[in-house]
Design a protein around this ligand. Sequence first.
Ligand code: NDP
Ligand code: OXD
Length: 316
Amino acid sequence: MTTLLLGIGSWDPEPWRERFQSALPGWKVVLPGEIFDRRAVRYGAAWKQPEGTFADLPLLDAIFSLGAGVDHLFKDRRLPEGVPVVRVVDPDLTTRMSEYVVMHCLMALRRVRVYEGFQRDRQWIDLRDQPQASDIRVGLLGMGVLGQDAAMKLRTMGFKVAGWSRRPKAVDGVEMHHGSDGLDAVVATSDILVAMMPLTADTAGILEAKLFARMPKAEAIGGPVLINVGRGGLQNEPDILAALETGKLGAAVLDVFQTEPLPADSPLWTHPKVTVTPHNSAISSPPAIAAYVAQQIRTHMAGGDLVNIVDPAHGY
Ligand code: NDP
Ligand code: OXD
């Protein structure tokens, strides 16, 4: 029986199996460790799969990441070469991400953390100094599917938006920069810096002390704000903590971490200027993402092309 192999490491696989089973009637949906015919596996779908999940599958046609990112696949040393890796591009996930980014930019603009502190102390304080969104510059590191949607929605709220990509690109209403020279230009003019790019050999550790030192003072919002929704491997956590202490950063909103789940003894949990969320700024919802993958499988089996295949040479 034609088989889909689900390699899921950090989520409960059963809701995914159920969804795929109903999206692909007549298929067998199996998990690593179960007994199945390896020659029957035509497709794989993965989120943080156990190493080697997709090795020794002679008729494997494609592997689908169950998220937008694919770093979890490329770090598997036994990932079969030459099998296309497809990522998620889906409005459900994109919308969730933009909600998160716009919400945290608005919270920084309206000094929500400061007012929560006043409320805790029963203090009726009005800072009066209230910038408009149009006074605040948001820099988006990564201007792909997610960056471009967030840019459009941030502009609708009035923010000034700049973006950074690997290759030159034009995006309506956004001041675009690219390459290593372009990074300086974006960082130096971003009151709020949002990391929305993949973790690759080129981007690992990019959010570090030297970059924070180049951010503007952003006094209107109490200091520059870092938002990382990309990957934990982009950030140097001791540098973030040090920059918060010296005031190089005014606040950090972190959805992703070097180690996930974030260890209980991490000082990030309790830092008064840090917001921690559990890597859920844009969750992959089983109904939406299983439907997306199943549609691609049907198209491919009917002789059509897969879309949103990533380039292994660039790692995204
Ligand atoms: P895309 O591939 O559509 O966009 C990636 C962007 O990053 C592109 O603009 C690309 O540049 C840019 N980029 C990549 N490498 C570099 C580099 N070396 N220098 C400068 N820019 C670079 O990805 P998505 O927008 O769909 O997703 C982005 C990332 O968001 C994912 O890879 C994942 O890590 C993360 N994510 C996190 C989630 C969460 O819940 N926290 C949920 C979903 C995604 P170019 O345009 O030139 O190719
Ligand atoms: C993704 C994620 O890459 O959820 O989609 O991190």
